[in-house]
Design a protein around this ligand. Structure first.
Ligand code: M6R
Length: 613
């Protein structure tokens, strides 16, 4: 939530900040702004506006500013409506200090009151403005910016990644973080700060990843970093291996479409590295989760949010089915507050694309406190969840820019396949021969996805037929139900259509009352042992006037008797269908959003990385 970027060097900061903000817009896009120290004016000049970075660009075109140090922000509003005034950067009273912030200052009202009584007026409704004012307040007392920042941090509670500049120190950006991501990019005669690497990837791959409560003073030629005891520390340089092309649209109309089409490669990459060369099992990087460690585990929890949670449900179903270990699943925002029954014999699997989702992170920290073993499935290398977990499986999806998760879901589902097979093999619940049979089918998944993608024009036709739908139900049983939950989320998220996923057998216990003439029902029916049961539910909704679109495996011609429309996925092992059956759903949501004129990559009210609770 919210993206921040900063530059200090010999170039004009403004275009660098703008490019960075464009790449960070997935984190929020309610408003955007930059603050740049102008050598000519000898002061910090702020330009900010409600709306997207393109609005900011227009504003800057009319009122150009120039300088070699600056900070920028793209906002996902938490305190105060999206407006020019509430947009970041925020200024201190005298205009000396400018601040960009990602996160929430929880005690901002208290600080406002104290500063208010000392003559500080606040112009915005934001929590962030308190940081700018407080820094100036302490700076006026001490005459020392470093001390002022440390003192400010002692007073603020909450989560933050901050970029601070002060017109008395036009050669320095101060930055710090707590529970929000922040990296420092290392250049030659220039340095950067950013919420994530995509913002600065075109300039550098060398980074310092800031830990909570570390404070950095960044100049163009030097960086001083202090730990929470205010002692100067040295950090290792972390070199990022993502390519700049991966963070660009490469000719696709939208990042979401590009990321959908990247899935064959993502799945191939995820599989290639993970099969043992002799084909007898799975190698999960350096994770020690063998027979001995697993013998101490009597319970597994899967914890995540949104799409990552739905990928986790696939893991739950498969660990239970293949390894016969009970698995409890919970969304992280619930898990955190329910005093979960976990201990040192619990394996807690947390799943997160960004590795920064606040609820997932805090859920993980809670589980750690209770001595559970933490296995994180994460996409962003070096993210907080990845760093704090006991073990990490990286999902190798590359940067996912569209807010709606597609390739990351597929990579997470593949990780769940691999993990459940690994546990089943290690606990002796699956033989190597059984594994080899599934492995053979897994190796075909990339080409199966390619085949489904060639059917995209059919999905587009379904969109044209069903574009007028006001309600869309997704029904399925078993693994198909997990797929429905993801499909329905995607449609809500980008097409803004009301949609409900239901366990097919549950429909008649209430929600069937909502089915009326022409209601669209998407039935996922790849689990053939449940096929007859799901078809009886299909008949029930058809009898009430619904239009039914069925997704099933090739060769199951029976669906043609029940469906108004249908889409086949290539025949595969039944445990692997959650990956394939979801691809038509992704395309359907994409085309619906497009057909309805929505902003596919940046849907309203959302942000990619949810770093607030
Ligand atoms: O970064 P994470 O995987 O932790 O994010 C979790 C959810 O916020 C995320 O999956 C969200 O539901 C997606 N926007 C759905 O497309």
């Amino acid at each position: 939530m919210c993206g921040i970027v900063g530059y200090i060097g010999n170039k004009n900061a403004v275009p660098i900040l703008l490019r960075g903000l464009e790449r960070l817009e997935y984190r929020g896009y309610d408003s955007a702004g930059v603050a740049v120290y102008s050598e000519k004016e000898k002061e910090i000049i702020v330009c900010k506006t409600k709306g997207r970075v393109e609005n900011l660009e227009t504003k800057l075109y009319d009122n150009p500013i120039k300088g070699r140090i600056g900070i920028g922000h793209t906002r996902w509003a938490t305190h105060g409506i999206p407006s020019d005034t509430n947009a970041h950067p925020h200024f201190s009273k005298s205009g000396k200090v400018a601040v960009v912030h990602n996160g929430i200052i929880e005690n901002y009202m208290e600080i406002r009151e104290i500063l208010g009584s000392k003559g500080y007026d606040f112009v915005s409704e934001t929590d962030t403005e308190t940081v700018a004012q407080l820094t100036e307040y302490f700076y006026n007392q001490t005459g020392d910016l470093q001390q002022a920042v440390f003192k400010t941090l002692e007073k603020v509670d909450g989560s933050y990644a901050l970029g601070i500049i002060c017109s008395d120190f036009p050669d320095m950006i101060v930055t710090t973080k707590k529970n929000c991501p922040l990296i420092i990019g290392l250049g030659q005669g220039e340095n950067f700060i950013a919420s994530d690497i995509t913002a600065i990837l075109q300039y550098t791959r060398n980074t310092y990843i800031l830990e909570d409560n570390e404070v950095a003073f960044v100049s163009k030629d030097s960086i001083k970093i202090y730990d929470d005891k205010k002692e100067e520390i040295k950090k290792d340089v972390y070199v990022v291996d993502w390519s700049i092309e991966a963070a660009e649209k490469s000719g696709y109309d939208h990042f979401m479409l590009k990321e959908i089409y990247e899935q064959p490669k993502v799945v191939a990459d995820s599989l290639n590295r993970r099969f043992k060369p002799d084909g007898t099992g799975i190698q999960l990087d350096s994770i020690k989760l063998g027979r001995e460690e697993l013998s101490n585990i009597n319970k597994v929890y899967v914890v995540a949010c949104g799409t990552a949670y739905y990928a986790g449900l696939v893991g739950k179903a498969l660990i239970e089915k293949l390894a016969r270990i009970p698995v409890i699943s919970d969304v992280a925002s619930e898990f955190r507050y329910k005093d979960p029954l976990i201990d040192e014999n619990t394996l807690v699997i947390v799943i997160s694309q960004s590795g920064e989702t606040a609820d997932t992170l805090e859920a993980m920290r809670l589980a750690k406190k209770k001595n559970s073993r933490i296995l994180a499935v994460v996409n962003v290398v070096g993210s907080t969840i990845a760093r704090e977990a006991d073990d990490v499986i990286y999902t190798l999806a590359g940067p996912e820019i569209a807010v709606a998760s597609t390739k990351a879901y597929s990579a997470q589902v593949v990780a769940m396949f691999l993990l459940s097979l690994h546990i089943a093999l290690e606990t002796g619940k699956m033989t190597v021969d059984q594994f080899k049979e599934i492995k053979k089918e897994m190796e075909k998944l990339p080409s199966h996805i390619n085949k489904i993608l060639t059917k995209a024009p059919n999905v587009k036709r379904f969109m044209e037929k069903y574009i007028g739908s006001k309600n869309v139900f997704y029904i399925g049983r078993g693994l198909d139900y997990t797929v429905c939950r993801e499909g329905s989320l995607k449609l809500k998220e980008i097409a803004y259509l009301h949609s409900e996923p239901y366990a097919a057998g549950e429909l008649k216990h209430g929600p069937i009352a909502l089915i009326e003439e022409s209601t669209l029902v998407i039935a996922v029916a790849t689990q053939e042992h449940l096929f007859a049961k799901t078809m009886s539910n299909v008949k029930e909704v058809k009898a009430r006037g619904a239009k039914v679109l069925i997704i099933a495996m090739e060769g199951n011609r029976e669906i043609e008797n029940y469906a108004d429309d249908y889409m086949y996925i290539p025949r595969t092992h039944p445990i692997l269908t959650p990956l394939l059956a979801n691809i038509p759903q992704q395309l359907f949501a994409y085309y619906m959003a497009l057909g309805l004129g929505n902003d596919v990559d940046k849907p309203r009210n959302l942000a990619k990385s949810v770093t607030v609770e």
